[in-house]
Design a binder for this molecule. Structure first.
Ligand code: AMP
Length: 398
């Protein structure tokens, strides 16, 4: 048995596979997209040949093909020491990552009603690796677990309490793996310990969320019962007035259609009418495309509002942290967002903001800023690999 760790991340129509060595250095990765569709496809990073997939390939069949392609290329030469799975929704059952057994599988099934697009495919990934690698310890790492420390006043909606008691309607929060990584990395960069460090962590990718982390513990976050609430995202609206459902109902648009549009045709895509991709939007805005500029403005203003809102949960702020594809790469988004927050004392150095990658400490605030501002690359796969190794070690000291 090798001391490698395999990380499996099944999205609603995609699958990412990553292989780490015993020191948690990435050895290989592969991606499958458009699963269960006619043009399903998969490839290994850095490899010019695609992995052949039949039209309509499912997650488990894709996983088998990808593992077999890793084996053919001698990337996997024996059985991994541990396997880590990203699982989207752990409800109130899972407060941390766990080793997978039959009870855990049943509990993840029970949470599927809260994440119908994600938990079932997460489970098919788990079942596939259980069959491919019997006896290997496997860990489930939940997007929601880090936010299970939210206090009641932050996780309850102002709704009839029976909805929470009977059906679990509450704020759960997501991107927990990334926010947890920010809490540790920010403390390291600031020369502090996570348990004494308080940050606001903004994960800005195609999905976006923000979290208030007090002394290393999540105390508020923008995503809610589902990953639709909160910030403006690539195709998701974030916050809207729930009265919209009734209003659009009166125009003849049924609720499920409104829900689809809020998830798939809103956010940056809806506002710009062009694309959900922030980099493309910035280019379009630079060429004078007004709807793209508007989309960026709405995105940044909503984010600034939420940064203000997260302050209500903190006693001190050691850093505001930007991460995710947009947070790590868009100096424009960071600057436009911070420009709304003068009253709170945030200020960026134009130079550091544009060239942060050249400086190892990730700091981009100006000398006069009341709070440090950091840019930290996220690495959710690494967190999952570490958790899987840790739990596998605990399970099998031999
Ligand atoms: P993620 O989901 O974390 O991979 O992030 C994807 C988002 O990051 C997309 O909207 C990309 O356009 C955006 N992104 C990546 N690089 C840049 C960049 N240089 N400038 C602006 N946005 C970027």
């Amino acid at each position: 048995m090798e001391d490698t760790v395999l990380v499996v991340n099944c999205g609603s129509s995609s699958l990412k596979l990553a292989l780490f060595d015993g020191q948690h250095r990435k050895l290989a990765s592969a991606l499958a997209e458009r699963l269960n569709q006619n043009d399903a496809f998969a490839c290994i990073a850095g490899d010019k040949d695609t992995i052949p997939l039949k039209p309509g390939t499912s997650h488990d069949a894709a996983l088998e093909a990808m593992v077999s392609a890793f084996r053919d290329r001698q990337l996997i030469t024996s059985v991994p020491a541990a396997i880590g799975h990203r699982v989207v929704h752990g409800g109130e059952t899972f407060r941390e990552a766990v080793l997978i057994n039959e009870d855990v599988v049943s509990a993840i099934e029970e949470c599927a009603g809260l994440a119908p697009l994600h938990n079932p495919v997460n489970l098919s990934g788990i079942r596939a690796t259980l069959a491919l690698f019997p006896g290997v310890p496997q860990a489930a790492v939940f997007d929601t677990a880090f936010h299970q420390t939210l206090p009641r006043h932050a996780f309850l909606y102002a709704l009839p309490k029976a909805w929470y008691q009977d059906w679990g309607v509450r704020r759960y929060g997501f991107h927990g793996t990334s926010h947890a990584f920010m809490a540790v990395e920010a403390a390291r960069l600031l020369g502090r310990t996570p348990a004494t460090t308080s940050i606001i962590s903004a994960h800005l990718g195609n999905g976006c969320s923000i979290a208030a982390i007090r002394d290393g513990i999540s105390v508020d976050t923008s995503m809610g019962l589902t990953p639709l609430e909160g910030l403006v995202m690539g195709t998701r609206s974030g916050d809207i007035d729930p009265g919209l459902f009734d209003f659009l109902g009166s125009k003849g648009i049924p609720g499920d259609e409104v829900h689809r549009v809020l998830n798939q045709e809103s956010g940056l895509l809806g506002l710009s009418g062009q694309t959900n991709d922030m980099r493309s939007l910035c280019e379009l805005a630079d060429h004078g495309h007004e709807p793209s500029k508007t989309a960026i403005d709405v995105f940044c203003f909503r984010l600034a509002r939420y940064i203000g809102a997260m302050m209500a949960s903190l006693r001190q702020l050691d850093a505001l942290v930007f991460t995710g594809g947009i947070g790590e790469n868009s100096a424009r988004v960071r600057q436009d967002t911070i420009s709304h927050l003068h009253l709170m004392g945030f200020e960026l150095s134009e130079d550091l903001n544009k060239h942060h990658g050249e400086f190892s400490d990730g700091r981009i605030e100006s000398a006069g800023s009341r709070f440090p501002v950091l840019v930290i690359p996220t690495n959710e796969e690494l967190v999952i690999a570490r958790e899987a190794s840790r739990l596998a070690g605990a399970a099998d000291p031999a």
